[in-house]
Design a protein. Structure first.
Length: 94
């Protein structure tokens, strides 16, 4: 059961960081309005250039690398959070 708590903590950490990064790039967006279902293009009006920059910031923050093909499949905040958590979990010593 302790493992589930740590996964939830990891998710919370990723969400918090992601909101900080989005706020940095989109000062007009209220981070509290960003949800797991917020779509990058439709809801946040992010173009591919902004998305690439945000992705690089997230990769640097968590010291991970997300492949371009994987990145292309991300449609919303939840997708990105799950992807980052998956990479972090794969990196973590078991």
């Amino acid at each position: 059961m302790g493992n589930h708590a740590s996964e939830q903590e990891l998710i919370n950490k990723v969400v918090t960081k992601l909101k900080e990064v989005i706020k940095e790039h989109l000062p007009d967006v209220d981070p509290d309005q960003i949800s797991e279902n917020s779509e990058f293009e439709k809801d946040l009006n992010l173009g591919s250039l902004e998305m690439s920059t945000i992705l690089m910031d997230i990769e640097d923050a968590f010291n991970i690398r997300i492949q371009e093909e994987e990145f292309q499949t991300l449609k919303n905040v939840g997708d990105l959070v799950r992807t980052v958590v998956k990479h972090l979990s794969a990196k973590a010593p078991s």
